[in-house]
Design a protein. Structure first.
Length: 249
């Protein structure tokens, strides 16, 4: 096995399990202890892992949150296909929650012919939904300037009084070991509440969100169905932990 191939095997195993033993690597890769040691040293020097006694653990860095305007220019085609598929899951007379965020916003044009009720904490979302003639509820609370999301204790109290057929959540990070995460604890709390009040929960995320970890945990992978664009080969192992729907290219 070539050096680059060995390195990829090591990183894939760390993405799956978070930690890997040297002896296991020797068995899987079929190489000597000295070769594994050199590979781990090289990957540690590159910042890809952290050496521990008898093996290595995954190295990761918490992502910083972009503003809504910054996000709106990223991965536009992927968000469009994800939004279209997510909207197709909405049935007549559904009561749904749509999370703030640019990927969930991509759902909205595909909802305008549907007779539904929507609760959203996205100010821009609520405006467009109202323009489309959709019955829309906007909970009270504090406006987060960077994402134009409504958060805080008032919005949490409002969501406690609602029940949803489906919720559609945006997320900043999806990871096998750490689950679904987002940078802001207040936004995480709102996502958690919406998820708890729903019969079904869908997470909308393009490929940039996979194998990423953020500060605040929202839920486990198995708690949601993930709607994404294309599941690349190095992400196939996620299918063992959750249900994944791929949007048409």
């Amino acid at each position: 096995m070539l050096t680059e191939e060995r390195h990829q095997v090591i990183l894939d195993l760390l993405n799956q399990d978070g930690i890997v033993k040297s002896q296991y690597l020797m068995d899987v890769i079929g190489c000597s202890e000295s070769t594994v040691r050199r590979d781990l040293d090289h990957l540690e020097d590159a910042g890809r892992l952290t050496r521990i006694h008898g093996g290595a653990k995954r190295a990761y860095q918490l992502d910083e949150e972009l503003t809504a305007s910054e996000k709106s220019f990223k991965n536009i085609q992927s968000k469009e296909s994800i939004g279209k598929l997510a909207a197709a899951l909405v049935e007549p007379n559904d009561v749904i929650f749509i999370d703030a965020g640019t990927t969930t916003y991509a759902m909205l044009p595909y909802l305008q012919t549907k007779t539904i009720t929507v609760v959203t904490n996205g100010i821009q979302h609520a405006s467009l939904l109202a323009d489309q003639g959709i019955e829309t509820y906007l909970p009270g609370g504090k406006i987060k300037p960077s994402t134009k999301a409504i958060i805080g204790s008032q919005s949490l109290a409002a969501l406690k009084n609602y029940r949803f057929d489906k919720v559609f959540l945006g997320m900043n990070g999806i990871d096998l070991a750490f689950g679904c995460t987002t940078p802001d604890p207040e936004e995480a709390a709102l996502k958690q509440m919406a998820h708890q009040q729903a019969a079904s929960s869908f997470l909308l995320a393009d490929q940039t969100k996979w194998n990423k970890v953020n500060f605040s945990k929202v839920c486990e992978l198995e708690d949601v169905t993930i709607v994404t664009d294309t599941l690349t080969d190095n992400l196939q192992h996620y299918q063992d932990k959750t249900t994944i729907m791929e949007a048409a290219k």
